[in-house]
Design a protein around this ligand. Structure first.
Ligand SMILES: Nc1ncnc2c1ncn2[C@@H]1O[C@H](COP(=O)(O)OP(=O)(O)OP(=O)(O)O)[C@@H](O)[C@H]1O
Length: 709
């Protein structure tokens, strides 16, 4: 038997083979988790990612909450009607018309049965009434078809129109966030909650509201027709009605209880063996591996490994689909038996009744037919409408959350003053003067300070190199200068003024940064470079020139589409179920799953691309260059060329480098800062620090020895 457990148990820590896997973290976001054999199934109960939506609220709270939600609902209604206007009204009206058609059909079915009853009892037929009933019934089908055609044809168009508005809002809400706000798991959770499992929230909410109205109208109209039939024509109707409905309501309730999991799920193999089976299958199936397999004579080896892995999996599920089917249909013989008995109750009653008074057989049979035809769907509809209360409520809460996230305040507060300071002595012509005064900083969520009481001064136009071992805080200094984060204690000054007082847009315009982790954007190579100066993103000549300066021209020319080559993400997804992709994205966003990125470029090429991006900005605009390990992935020639080029800027711009390498840069530095455990333990020029014979001298000598043989 496969081993199935729920995530509530404390022993769920995931598999060591997947460092980012955390079912407990998933539970915190309202995503449930099941471990079945080697598989992990994540699902969102009721399709609502917001854990707060599952909280039970009493009626008093609910009504005051509803009052608070009204302004948001009003704003939402206003926005969707502005976007889709009259079409939305027509679409809603057609859907409502379609909602009453089933009731009209029931009415004419009842008419047919009544006519049959008259034929049986009196052996005569009302031809006119029969003709009218048949024609009207057919007309109903035609109108129903026309309505379906209309809603299908126009639904998608309307959906796109409504979604566009909300997609724009959501995009804006995301793109405007700064680093600490964006990294905040609470903010990520709120952003994720704004996606519904069928497209963007804007349309999903409209659909939910309209579907509720349609269901209510459908139910009310059908119940009226059935009730009229039962009470106009049959004395036994009330008992049959109770039996039909109670059986069906119980059935619907039992089924809803027994179905534990919806299709909105992601199933992944969190196990080395399954991953190995998938990899080996790919070896056997994919064309690209054939050459290596044949040349290397690997057939037998791969077959052996595949069989051994299959053996290890044993009787546990071997595919995501199997896992999903087991979760969806856990099955219960008690439930199934109850359903069977409940469905037969009205017939059993009728059989007893007919035995007692056979003369009323026809009448009761007609009523039973009408009731049986409708009871199941009416019971299901009433249960659904009942269940919809919660989802409607949570829909409006999602609207509120949506409008609130649009205005999530950024943690890095924008300054008000222009930079460079107008009328200052050099107006930034020589570069930015930087001062750290007793700066301490801790990353959000970290246990201890990453920088502790750091103080130093870099004069305008100076070249500063920050050195030290891994993890000592070099990159963090770069990030604080650039205001990616704000320090917790102390002050950072630009040209003698608190950096927080300057407008962020002005600072970003004057600072050119190259980060250690070079992430390309999933756009074209040319655009990746052009983005270095968003105002001139289409400046083709500028891009070509920047690529030359960054040393990227050579490899770009060799790419299939040159500057137009698109560097897209290739997610290796194992997703099952409707809405699963969206849930997968959420799991990735929440860093519960890793999204492997297919890198089309080597590390050095990525670095050259990122470097080229920094050359897009007009040189006179930039007053400060921040380079975090700019040459880590470059070959020696490229590194030498780069440093030659950058050194030529000395005296014209302030330059701050973080580096592990000594020599090329440090010999020319005006100031070297040696970092150890988040503090600056040595500061001075190359000559001064060598004379001091401390940490710097020791590391420099280690590197120098390598070249002395
Ligand atoms: N976003 C983050 N959240 C939490 N801790 C972080 C974060 N970024 C870095 N750190 C931690 O802060 C410390 C300093 O990191 P930093 O990147 O500044 O070091 P570094 O000196 O630049 O290292 P390297 O030479 O390896 O680039 C490290 O212990 C690191 O683990």
């Amino acid at each position: 038997m496969p081993n199935r457990r729920t995530s509530s148990s404390s022993d769920l820590k995931g598999d060591d083979t997947s460092p980012v896997f955390s079912p407990r973290a998933a539970a915190a976001f309202g995503i449930r988790h099941i471990r079945n054999g080697a598989w992990d199934l994540f699902h969102r109960p009721g399709g609502h990612p917001d854990p707060s939506s599952s909280k039970k609220i009493n009626d008093g709270d609910a009504s005051s909450e509803i009052v608070r939600l009204i302004p948001y609902a009003w704003r939402y209604a206003h926005e969707i009607f502005t976007a889709a206007g009259g079409w939305l009204v027509v679409f809603s009206l057609v859907s409502l018309v379609q909602a009453v058609i089933p009731a009209i059909r029931v009415y004419f079915s009842a008419e047919m049965l009544n006519l049959t009853q008259v034929v049986i009892e009196k052996q005569e037929i009302d031809k006119e009434r029969l003709l009218y009933t048949v024609v009207a019934h057919a007309a109903c089908s035609a109108v129903d078809n026309m309505c379906s055609h209309f809603t299908q044809r126009n639904g998608r168009k309307l959906q796109r129109r409504v979604e566009k508005v909300f997609d724009r809002h959501l995009f804006h809400a995301r793109i405007r966030l700064d680093v600490p706000t964006f990294e905040d798991p609470a903010v990520q959770g709120r952003l994720s909650a704004c996606y519904s499992y069928s497209g963007s929230m804007g349309w999903a909410v409209f659909e939910e509201v309209l579907s509720s109205a349609v269901e209510i109208l459908n139910l009310v109209s059908r119940v009226s027709v059935v009730a009229k039939q039962v009470y106009d024509h049959d004395q036994q109707g009330s008992i049959l009605t109770v039996l039909c409905f109670s059986g069906n309501i119980a059935t619907t309730w039992l089924v809803s209880k027994s179905q534990g999991y919806e299709l909105d799920s992601v199933t992944i193999a969190n196990d080395k063996t399954v991953r190995s089976i998938n990899g080996l299958s790919a070896c056997a199936n994919d064309k690209e591996h054939r050459q290596e397999i044949v040349t290397g004579g690997l057939q037998e080896h791969i077959r052996h490994r595949y069989e051994a892995a299959k053996e290890r999996i044993g009787d546990a599920p071997s595919s995501a689909f199997e896992v999903l089917v087991e979760a969806l249909y856990p099955g219960s013989w008690v439930v199934d038996t109850c359903i069977q008995i409940a469905e037969k109750l009205p017939e059993i009653y009728l059989a007893f009744y007919m035995l007692q008074s056979p003369s009323t057989f026809a009448t009761s049979f007609a009523t039973l037919r009408i009731l049986q035809e409708n009871a199941t769907s009416l019971a299901a509809s009433s249960c659904q409408i009942f269940a919809r209360r919660a989802s409607l409520f949570s829909c409006f809460k999602r609207i509120r959350d949506f409008y609130e996230i649009i205005n999530i305040p950024n943690k890095i507060i924008d300054g008000t003053e222009a930079y460079p300071i107008p009328d200052s002595l050099d107006d930034g012509a020589l570069g930015t003067g930087i001062e750290f005064r007793s700066v301490s900083f801790r990353y959000p969520g970290a246990k201890q300070n990453c920088l502790q009481d750091v103080s130093f001064t870099i004069k305008p136009g100076q070249l500063c190199v920050i050195v030290g071992a891994n993890g000592e805080g070099k990159s963090t200094i770069v990030k604080l200068i650039n205001r990616m984060y704000d320090c917790d204690e102390g002050k950072i000054l630009f040209d003698g003024k608190d950096v927080k007082s300057f407008k962020l847009a002005d600072l970003h315009k004057r600072i050119s940064v190259l980060y250690q982790e070079c992430h390309h954007l999933p756009v074209s190579v040319g655009e990746n470079i052009g983005m270095g100066n968003p105002q001139n993103v289409d400046d083709k000549l500028g891009i070509i020139e920047a690529a030359k300066l960054g040393g990227a021209s050579d490899f770009i020319e060799k790419l299939t589409d040159g500057f137009d080559t698109v560097l897209a993400q290739d997610l290796d997804m194992v997703v099952v179920g409707e809405g699963g992709s969206e849930l997968y994205e959420k799991l990735v966003e929440m860093k519960l799953l890793k999204a492997p990125v297919k890198a089309g470029l080597s590390g050095g090429q990525m670095q050259r691309l990122a470097l080229s991006r920094t050359f897009m900005r007009p040189p006179e605009e930039v007053t400060l260059c921040l380079y975090d390990e700019p040459s880590a992935a470059l070959d020696p020639q490229a590194e030498y060329d780069l440093f030659q080029r950058l050194r030529a800027l000395k005296g014209k711009k302030t330059m701050v480098f973080s580096s592990h390498r000594f020599g090329h840069l440090t010999k020319h530095a005006d100031i070297i800062l040696f970092m150890k455990e988040g503090t600056i333990c040595e500061a001075g020029t190359h000559t001064e620090l060598l004379a001091k014979d401390g940490h710097y001298a020791s590391l420099y000598n280690i590197q120098a020895q390598a070249f002395q043989g």
